[in-house]
Each structure stands twice: as structure tokens, then as C-alpha cells.
Design a binder for this molecule. Structure first.
Ligand SMILES: *[C@@H]1O[C@H](CO)[C@@H](O)[C@H](O)[C@H]1NC(C)=O
Ligand SMILES: *[C@@H]1O[C@H](CO)[C@@H](O)[C@H](O)[C@H]1NC(C)=O
Ligand SMILES: *[C@@H]1O[C@H](CO)[C@@H](O)[C@H](O)[C@H]1NC(C)=O
Ligand SMILES: *[C@@H]1O[C@H](CO)[C@@H](O)[C@H](O)[C@H]1NC(C)=O
Length: 605
């Protein structure tokens, strides 16, 4: 009996060791933003030339199916599917097909497979890449609270991966704060990372003094922990409140004055410097010109010996676009030019003159052509450019029917992209980051009277058991998006529903006045389905509906809802120390949640 137990334990230990050995060999961990090399040795016979070697690197969905090709090498040609990936061809000749990945990001995580074909042999090597991204923690360094008042501090933790992260609050002596702490759910960001906020509400009972609160974060991306501290100063009631805003205002006025005097100095300096040959740059414009946003076109003129003889003129050939015709052809002869010279101004930047034309274009003025004409001693130098106007979608999100999906029932996801310009766009549905989704129906794009376009894209599926926790992404490519040129809306399948994160009750104004209207407000974040019931109580009595106002639940980009509830009051002396309670009931909660607020500090007018 005893020995059989021992053997079992031994066997288990061996199994454990075996798996541990295998997994450390195959897994590489890397921080986002770093470079990594994944090994792939193969047996290369001496006489085989590069021409005869084929390499394929990809990310696998499972052991047998490839999700995404990363890099291929065939016929001495490389095809880079993931920007910033590389296999060294000279190493290939030594039987080494290692893949270098530069600037690793969260979507790079996965099971990588390298397949090398040296006819007639095929080699396969797999390795797992685990990416982690370090959180950026934001917490004010100092805060003040009046004696007897409450103060809520927020620790904002952004851009981490993987999702698992723990937040706690510690006091100065290292003891953990158990009450008044509320940490939200991690919300996904478009780049695959997560963000979360943690709130602590501190009640300043003790008299004047300082206390430190530490936001303490543990996460895979660092062996120890991350922490940030805030000093909370409790002020006596009759002390004048130190006003940080005034200080900031004074500092910024001083710095603005300083900047102006430096610029003035540069101007004076310029006048003493003369060079010989004038030259004019192309018109400089922002990489994206957004509609109805003030921006500038610039023309830089270098080396002007006699400033007084320099003249810069600006002209525009407006494009008057008609929303109803899809492809606008400017077949009409050039429309009359507008002279905009009096709107432009000239500035000296070091030894250059910069002529700046402020512009603010509507969508209908897309493709307007601008000319910058520099006149100098009878010479005329002309530069031209076309201004393309863009509008980012005002609205991008996924909604689902039904709101809570049910297994084996149909689920319709609708990605709404609304009010963008120009019309050209691309939209792609994927599942679990990578797997393409077929059978997509697009409605639109249709344009409205403002020339803005909207499109709705729909997929319909039957929810399978294994779809629970799957993530569907609607990726929209549009020229109005900076950076990678696309934006994602994510939908997390969740058949359980998500209960609201109930924040704390705040009062507006923070220190209410007797007989003056004030508003208690409470935020409910990230819940689904949208039905939620909110009841306010004053001293245990239900507050009449006429005093309560609820904002309609608004759909977030993550498919969850958020809302605000408000209670309006005109405090009278009897309200002093009254308890206000708000009860929140939602189908995904285990039990109703309540928040309490005490009108402790009522100031007479
Ligand atoms: C293959 O080459 C890479 C550099 O490109 C190197 O880091 C790696 O150690 C090499 N692997 C082997 C097995 O030689
Ligand atoms: C690395 O990638 C991120 C996200 O794509 C990008 O913002 C950053 O500029 C890149 N860094 C370098 C050094 O290329
Ligand atoms: C640490 O400080 C808190 C209050 O800031 C106090 O309640 C607690 O007893 C202290 N713990 C220790 C071990 O001193
Ligand atoms: C405008 O029409 C002409 C022919 O009438 C055609 O060659 C040209 O490609 C069109 N331009 C645009 C932008 O549609």
C-alpha cells in the first residue's frame, strides 16, 4: 500500500519534471516593445544551395492549423507578412532558420511553427511566444481633503497584458486598506492590452495631517510589484484652501511670457543675419486634414536678402463637391481662384520666413487646391497642393441581438461605422484575433446630407458551446485613422451577463450650500444586459421619482453599457447628516449593490 503510493508520487513528480522541462525549452517570454529571436535549427546537407531551401514561419491556431503566416522564404525571396520580421539568409546556409521579431506587440503572442523544406526532407520546430506589456500607472502625487470630508482617489492602470492583474491599496505602514476600495473590470484596448481603474474613498476623520496611500499592483510583466503613492493632506476647516489652480495659472502665464520674449529675441537676431539666395519649400500640410478643424498650410522661404521686397500670395481653387454623385469629376473648367493672401501671415523662424495660411475646411471643400506664390524682385515661384479632407467615424461599435447570447441559438453581431469621410473604407471581421469570419453582409455605405458616409456590417452565427469567451473583432480601415490606419471594435461573447461596476456617490458641488440645489451622482459602468434598476432612499424612505434622473444606458465600444443616475436636492437644515442610499439591481449580480452618501457638510450661504 505504502510503496504503491510512493511509486505514484514518484511517477507524478517525473511527469511534472518532464512537462516542466519541455515547456521551458519551448516557451519564450518577452516584454512588448522588445525584440526576440525564435530558434529553428535544421539539418542542411553541405551541397544544397539557398535556392533549394524553403522556410515558412507562422502562428498556429492549434498543432495542425495555421492561423497567420508571418514570414516566408522561397526561391531566394523573402515575403514579410508581419512587418519587422526577418530570417537571416546567410544563417540558412548554416542550418539555422531563426526568426527575428522586432518591436514585439501583444498580437504577436502565440504558438509559432517553423517549417523548413530541403527536398526531400521537411523539418518542423514549434515554440511558444508569450508577450507581456507593462502597465502605466497614473495616480496624483498629492491631494487634499477638508477635515471630516470624503475624498476619492483614482489609480489608473493602463496598457498591460495579460489581463490578470491585482491591485491593492496600502497605507504608509504597509497595512492593506480593506474598506472603501473599488476596482473595476479590466477593459480591453484596441492594441490588445488592458486597462483598469481602482478607486479608494478616504474619510478624513482625524484632524490636520498627512497620510500616504499606495496603489500596489502585481502583474506578470515584473517579478516584484509596481507601486505609486499619493500624499493626502487633511486640512482644518477654517484654513484657507491652498489653490493649486492659481499656482498653475501663474506658472503658465510666466512661461508664456518667457516663450514670447525668446521669440522676440530670435526676431531681433534675424534682422542682423543676411544670406543670398531665396528658395521656396513645397507647401507643408498636416498628414491628415480633419474637416471643421482649424489647421495650417505653410510655405517656407529660405534666404531672403531684402525682406521688404518679399511678397507671398495664397490662392485657392475651391472644389464644390456634390454629395449625391459618388465619383466627383472636376470636369468643369477651373473655377475662379480666390485670393486668400490677407488671411495669411508671415513669421520668422531662425533664418527662414514661413508664410502660414490658416484653413478650416468642410467636407464639401475636399480636394480644394491651394497655391502659394512667392514674389521677389520680379521673380515668381509657385507651389501647389491639394487638401484632402477626412472625417473619422463619429460612431464605431458592435451591438448584438440578443443582448445576451444563448448557446445553440442564433447570434447577430452588427458593427456600425457611422459618419466618416471619404467613402473608401475596408472592414474585416475576425474571431479570436486572426481567424477570418465569412458570410458578412454590409449595408451601405450610404451618405447623408452632410456628405458623410455610414456603413453597417452584419454577421450571423449559431452560438456553439466553445464560443463562450470568444472575441469577435470588427476592424475598420479608413484614411482618417492615424498610425496603423485602422480601429477595432471588440465583442466578448459572454452568456452570463456582466454586472455593473458601481462607483461611489459624488456630490456636485462638492460642498453643498444650504437651500442651494445640489446633485448626487453615481456611475454604473460596463454592464450587460442594459436593463438595470436604480432606487434612491433618503433615511430609508424611497425618494420620489420626480427628483431622480437616469441617463439612458449608453453602449460602450466593448458592447457593455454604462449609465449615470442623479438625485437633485435643495438641502434644508434638517438634511444635515441625512443618509442617502442608492440601490442597484441587475440580473447578472449575485446580490443587489448599495452605495451610501452622508450630507455631512452643509454650508450656510
Ligand atoms: C541561429 O542564429 C541566431 C542569430 O541569427 C542565433 O541567435 C542562434 O543562437 C542561432 N541558433 C543556433 C542553433 O545556432
Ligand atoms: C513599436 O510598436 C508600437 C506599436 O505598433 C509603435 O507605437 C512604436 O513606435 C514601435 N517602436 C519602434 C521603435 O518601432
Ligand atoms: C497602520 O496604519 C493604520 C492607519 O493608517 C492603522 O489602522 C494600523 O493599525 C497601522 N498598522 C500597524 C501595523 O501599525
Ligand atoms: C474624370 O473624367 C475623365 C473623363 O471624362 C476621366 O479620364 C478621369 O479619370 C475622371 N476623373 C475622376 C477623378 O473620376
Amino acid at each position: 500500500m505504502n510503496s504503491s503510493l510512493d511509486i505514484n508520487i514518484l511517477f507524478a513528480v517525473m511527469l511534472l519534471l518532464h512537462f516542466k522541462g519541455a515547456s521551458t525549452e519551448l516557451t519564450k517570454e518577452v516584454l512588448a516593445g522588445m525584440d526576440v529571436t525564435l530558434d529553428c535549427p535544421f539539418n542542411k546537407p553541405d551541397h544544397v544551395p539557398l535556392m533549394k531551401i524553403t522556410v515558412e514561419w507562422g502562428i498556429m491556431l492549434d498543432e495542425h492549423t495555421m492561423k497567420r503566416v508571418v514570414y516566408t522564404f522561397q526561391n531566394e525571396r523573402a515575403k514579410v507578412h508581419r512587418e519587422g520580421s526577418w530570417v537571416d539568409p546567410s544563417r540558412l546556409l548554416q542550418g539555422n532558420a531563426s526568426l527575428h521579431l522586432f518591436n514585439v506587440t501583444v498580437p504577436d503572442e502565440g504558438l509559432y511553427c517553423c517549417r523548413v523544406i530541403v527536398t526531400p526532407n521537411t523539418y518542423k520546430v514549434s515554440s511558444r511566444l508569450e508577450v507581456s506589456a507593462q502597465p502605466i500607472i497614473t495616480l496624483p502625487e498629492t491631494a487634499t481633503v477638508m477635515e471630516g470630508e470624503e475624498r476619492t482617489l483614482m489609480c489608473d492602470i493602463a496598457g498591460f497584458y495579460p489581463e490578470k492583474l491585482t491591485v491593492s491599496w496600502l497605507t504608509q505602514n504597509g497595512s492593506r486598506v480593506a474598506h472603501g476600495v473599488c476596482t473595476g473590470l479590466a477593459t480591453p484596448n484596441p492594441d490588445g492590452t488592458y486597462s483598469v481603474s481602482s478607486l479608494i474613498t478616504v474619510h478624513a476623520i482625524a484632524g490636520p495631517g498627512d497620510a500616504m496611500y499606495i496603489c500596489h499592483v502585481t502583474h506578470k510583466s515584473r517579478p516584484g510589484h509596481y507601486s505609486k503613492a499619493v500624499w493626502l493632506t487633511v486640512q482644518a476647516l477654517n484654513e484657507p484652501v491652498f489653490d493649486a489652480i492659481t499656482l498653475m495659472a501663474v506658472t503658465s502665464v510666466i512661461s508664456v511670457l518667457l516663450v514670447f520674449s525668446i521669440m522676440g529675441g530670435a526676431l531681433v537676431l534675424y534682422r542682423y543675419i543676411h544670406t543670398v539666395l531665396p528658395s521656396v519649400s513645397d507647401i507643408i500640410k498636416p498628414s491628415i486634414i480633419y474637416a471643421m478643424k482649424q489647421t495650417e498650410l505653410k510655405c517656407t522661404i529660405k534666404s531672403v536678402p531684402k525682406l521688404r521686397e518679399l511678397k507671398v500670395k495664397w490662392y485657392r481653387k475651391p472644389a464644390n463637391r456634390d454629395c449625391t454623385s459618388a465619383s466627383d469629376n472636376q470636369s468643369e473648367p477651373l473655377m475662379s481662384q480666390e485670393d486668400l493672401s490677407d488671411q495669411a501671415n508671415i513669421q520668422s523662424e531662425g533664418r527662414h520666413q514661413v508664410s502660414i495660411l490658416p484653413i478650416c475646411l468642410s467636407v464639401k471643400e475636399d480636394m480644394s487646391q491651394y497655391q502659394c506664390v512667392v514674389l521677389y524682385r520680379g521673380h515668381k515661384i509657385t507651389r501647389e497642393t491639394t487638401a484632402n479632407v477626412k472625417v473619422t467615424p463619429a460612431f464605431l461599435q458592435i451591438s448584438s441581438i440578443p443582448q445576451i447570447p444563448k448557446v445553440e441559438k442564433s447570434l447577430v453581431l452588427c458593427c456600425r461605422v457611422e459618419k466618416f469621410y471619404p467613402e473608401q473604407f475596408d472592414l474585416e471581421w475576425t474571431r479570436n484575433d486572426g481567424e477570418k469570419v465569412g458570410s458578412v453582409t454590409n449595408y451601405g455605405p450610404f451618405s447623408d446630407h452632410e456628405c458623410l458616409y455610414s456603413v453597417w456590417s452584419k454577421i450571423e452565427l449559431v452560438m456553439a458551446q466553445e464560443d463562450e469567451r470568444a472575441v469577435y473583432t470588427c476592424r475598420v480601415y479608413h484614411s482618417s485613422f492615424p498610425g496603423p490606419g485602422y480601429k477595432d471594435a471588440l465583442y466578448h461573447i459572454n452568456t452570463q451577463g456582466t454586472p455593473p461596476s458601481v462607483m461611489f456617490i459624488n456630490c456636485e458641488p462638492q460642498r453643498p450650500l444650504l437651500y442651494e440645489e445640489c446633485t448626487l451622482n453615481l456611475c454604473l459602468k460596463d454592464f450587460c444586459p442594459e436593463q438595470v434598476s436604480v432606487t434612491w432612499f433618503k433615511e430609508g424612505q424611497v425618494v420620489p421619482a420626480s427628483q431622480v434622473f437616469n441617463s439612458p444606458p449608453s453602449l460602450n465600444i466593448n458592447g457593455l453599457y454604462s449609465m449615470w443616475t442623479f438625485l437633485k436636492l435643495n438641502p434644508i437644515p434638517e438634511d444635515r447628516s441625512s443618509d442617502f442610499r442608492c440601490r442597484v439591481v441587475h440580473s447578472a449580480q449575485k446580490k443587489p449593490e448599495e452605495r451610501i452618501f452622508t450630507l455631512s457638510d452643509l454650508r450656510p450661504i
